[in-house]
Write a protein that binds this ligand. Sequence first.
Ligand SMILES: [Cu+2]
Length: 149
Amino acid sequence: MREGVSHRTASRRTLVRVATVVACVWVGAAALPQAAVRAATVTYRVVTNEIAAKQADGSEKEVYRFDPAVYVANEGDDVELHLYGLRGHDHPFVLEGYNVRGVIHRNQETVVRVHADRPGYFRLVCTSHADAAHEGPMEAYLIVIPRQR
Ligand SMILES: [Cu+2]
C-alpha cells in the first residue's frame, strides 16, 4: 500500500516536473525571435555536369548543367552550396540577388555561404555557359521561402 501512495506521489511530482519543463520551453520559444527558433544550416552538394548527345544530322551537341539545380531554404537559414567541378573546365558564376561571385574549377570544390535574409527566387548562373548559344543555360535556382510574420 505504501508503495501505491509513494507511486502516486512520484507521479504527481513527475507531472509537475514535466509541466514545468513544457512551460519553460513554451515561454522560452515565445521570447525568442522566430528566426532563432527556425534557423538552420541548409547544405547542398552540387556537381557541374555535362550532357552530350549526337543529333539527327550527325553533329554532337553538349550542354552544361548544375546538378542538382534547385536549392530551397527558409528565410533566416544559412545556406551552403558545395559546388564541385566534375565536368568542364572553369565555371565562373554569380548568385544573383546575393551578389556572390566565384569560379568552380575542375576537380575542386568551391563553397558558397549565404545568410538567406532575402526571400525570393535567385538564379545561380555560370557566366561562361549562360545561354543556349554557349552550351547552356547552366543555371540553378535558390528559393528562399519567406518567414511567416
Ligand atoms: Cu559553366
